[in-house]
Write a protein that binds this ligand. Structure first.
Ligand SMILES: Cc1cc2nc3c(=O)[nH]c(=O)nc-3n(C[C@H](O)[C@H](O)[C@H](O)COP(=O)(O)O)c2cc1C
Length: 217
């Protein structure tokens, strides 16, 4: 690479919102819901449900990748993937993961530390059935994260599968399904002027209450 790119002039003033103790609920999932609805309503984000999932890999390195949040409720955050993928293998060895959302139009970030657990098979079945046929076949054809000889090899495999499944119902392969990440700590970041951002962290206590702390920006 010949030229360096200097980004030191990239500067943004964050001044759209604030996050004050007076306005926060006791439960962080409630606050997550409020923020998510506001982001959705703003219409300014293409995939508001895109989130990074980071795992500690078998090679000892953390790895982030984007997946889609498909459900959230009081128990946590659900996403779907291939259980044999790099992330699946990492989670099998160490279920502690970190999720993060960045919603630039609202100048917000949410970071979740929690444990990922496979959801019940019948719930994964239900979601798999709701997916378009092309996505169902895609889930079957892709041995996610394994080395592939070529694009053509993948497409040829898909063609064969399409023929094999013609007129037949496609059932969920057992290596594909959902995880629910139940939160242990959730941090909400709201950009504020002069880099004095609001950071509120909820940590789950033994009695299931949430400890609420303000952090230095
Ligand atoms: C916007 C976006 C959404 C994605 N959604 C998913 C998803 O819901 N599930 C999934 O397994 N991969 C999804 N991916 C692909 C992952 O980022 C990643 O490439 C894949 O899961 C393999 O990751 P791994 O090898 O670290 O396990 C998405 C990628 C992008 C950019």
């Amino acid at each position: 690479m010949e030229n360096e790119k200097d980004l030191s002039d990239y500067r943004k003033v964050y001044n759209k919102k604030e996050l004050l103790e007076a306005n926060i609920p006791n439960n962080p999932m409630q606050l997550f819901q409020t923020w998510f609805y506001e982001v959705e309503k703003s219409g300014g984000i293409d995939e508001a449900n895109a989130m990074t999932v980071s795992t500690i890999g078998l090679d000892g390195f953390p790895k982030n990748r984007v997946v889609l949040l498909k459900k959230f409720n009081e128990n946590g955050f659900v996403f779907y993937t291939n259980y044999n993928s790099e992330k699946g293998k990492a989670i099998a060895a160490n279920p502690n993961v970190c999720l993060s959302f960045f919603w630039p139009n609202m100048e917000r970030q949410v970071i979740v530390k929690g444990k990922a657990v496979k959801i019940a098979a019948n719930l994964s079945d239900g979601y798999f059935e709701s997916r378009p046929r092309g996505s169902q076949l895609g889930a079957i054809v892709s041995h996610q994260s394994e080395v592939l000889a070529s694009r053509e090899a993948l497409e040829a495999k898909l063609k064969n599968l399409e023929k094999a499944y013609l007129g037949k119902e496609i059932t969920r392969p057992d290596y594909w399904g959902g995880y629910i990440v139940s939160p242990h700590a959730i941090e909400f970041w709201q950009g504020r002027p002069n880099r004095l951002h609001d950071r509120i962290r909820f940590i789950l206590q033994k009695n299931n209450d949430w400890l609420i702390q303000r952090l230095n920006p």
